[in-house]
Design a protein around this ligand. Sequence first.
Ligand code: ADP
Ligand code: MG
Length: 623
Amino acid sequence: MALLQISEPGQSLDPHQRRIAVGIDLGTTHSLVAAVRHGVAECLPAIDGKVILPSVVRYLDPKQGGAGRQIGFEALAAQIGDPANTISSVKRLMGRTRAQVGDVDKLSYRVVDENGMAVVETVAGLKTPMEVSAEILATLRFRAEDSFDDELFGAVITVPAYFDDAQRQATKDAAELAGINVLRLINEPTAAAIAYGLDNGSEGVYAIYDLGGGTFDISVLRLTRGVFEVMATGGDSALGGDDYDQALAAWVLEQAGLGPVADAAERAAMHREARRVKEQLSGQPEAVFRSEIVGRQVEQTVRREDFETCTAALTARTMTAVRKVLRDAGVGKDEVQGVVMVGGSTRMPVVRRTVGEFFGREALTNLNPDEVVALGAAIQANQLAGNNPDGDLLLLDVIPLSLGIETMGGLVERIVPRNSTIPTARAQDFTTYQDGQTALALHVVQGERDLVADCRSLARFTLRGIPPMAAGAARIRVTFTVDADGLLSVSAREQGSGVEARIDVKPAYGLSDEQIAAMLQDSFSTAQQDMAARALVEARVDADRMIAATRSALAADGDLLSAAERDGIEALIVTLADVVVGGGAADIEAATQALAKGTEAFAAQRMNRGIQQALAGRKLEEV
Ligand code: ADP
Ligand code: MG
């Protein structure tokens, strides 16, 4: 039995299906989920329309019955009434011991060590930070699945650049608990830079200034050939928007001639009001603070200048950290090519102004600073899921040379293009070339050239047991999967019968950087020549297929034709067969067209006969 070949590329059926991949910003204060839809990254809202999910989980007393927990805004609203069982800022505990967390006593809930890791004591028992984070992640996963009405393929989750292995592993574990396939963890500053498309821009040094609710992170990244490298990170894990709230609350107390407030609930309410006023002041020159403090209704107008003055020390502290990180990275501020603003607190005009003045250039603020990390993660997730084959995003782990398979005529059909980020999975459908073909030889190759002879052979395998069908009727899906370690596996499956074959290959194995460079160089310099060769081979393959199909039709249904009609078709076949041997691509295409036109009437007659045969012997009601 002859092994038969795959059809030529133009005949491939529908492209691989889209996979639902999202980016998740698992923040200390807020978390978000975003996805690329119609080519644009956007944050996905909950049913109430809000994209932000407070990173807060409240555990309920199991003895009271009920669902057990509240997540997000519901938990946040309950925090004042039940601080001991309402977990916020759990990110600070991830992968840490109690001693490593620092300032645990300031948290409203109890943290103890268990098996060498900080865990939270709640009315519902001990909860690990991973479990708490998993509640937040699962909420975002369901949000994504609801909005796409489909299962989630995977997610890119962001972590601070300074997170160590234990903290990263804890984040991965949390995702696993939430039933999420982690495509990759990426650094928050890198995600922000990707959201601004800096990876497509000029090479150079970028600073990412991230002032959130409870933390300040400053990172210096270097972009080289589309790859971001973290040069230095710094900041202050106990400096954020909350401190601005406290400073404002203290200022209001002072204006009102009041001392420190003893009552915890009253203090919390006051901080909340301070936060509201602070946020309002980002958009307007003054706002009014109203709160009941020690039995007195306090009402205080706050001008933006007042706010900026009473928080000046905080803003100055962020700039001290900025100067330090530039020193650590060994770059001057004038070498910084762009400054990205991240985190809700960078909405404060004073922050934007101060940062802009320091760097002598306006900071990038046109994307929503709460969303920018999630948006960048979504772009990355979309790439990793293989949804954007044209994307030119280049990250650290990429496939150095394209991977593909041999198709009819010794041509290469590229399945995974060079520079695809890994892990990745790509699929393409092929069909059989000859009637009754029951096996398919697959030849996996690597390289940029169009002809198999010019590429590197990686592996061969055979798909057997395809039920005999007419040429073109079988649907064979060939899937290339490259895992995070660069391991390639190729599978071929006939969709109708389910017969399958697969093979594992190590693609990059044995090729040095120089060899890769040489193969690329080669492909660039010969691109023109390859294109012409490809056109010719494709035209020949088309012609051969047309001839074979016509011959088999004549054999089956030739009796439908008059002798003259039959002669006419035979003549067209002979002309085409001649030109295939000696002609150029254009001549072959023209002759193929002529044969196709000359057999149109015959094809229609065959179809009628087919329908009649199908209907023969059946009652009208059955049809
Ligand atoms: P995290 O990364 O820590 O989860 P976010 O980036 O969500 O935090 O930032 C939350 C902080 O942003 C809060 O302190 C909040 O008050 C502050 N914030 C949000 N909007 C504004 C605004 N319009 N003006 C000033 N601060 C704001
Ligand atoms: Mg953040």
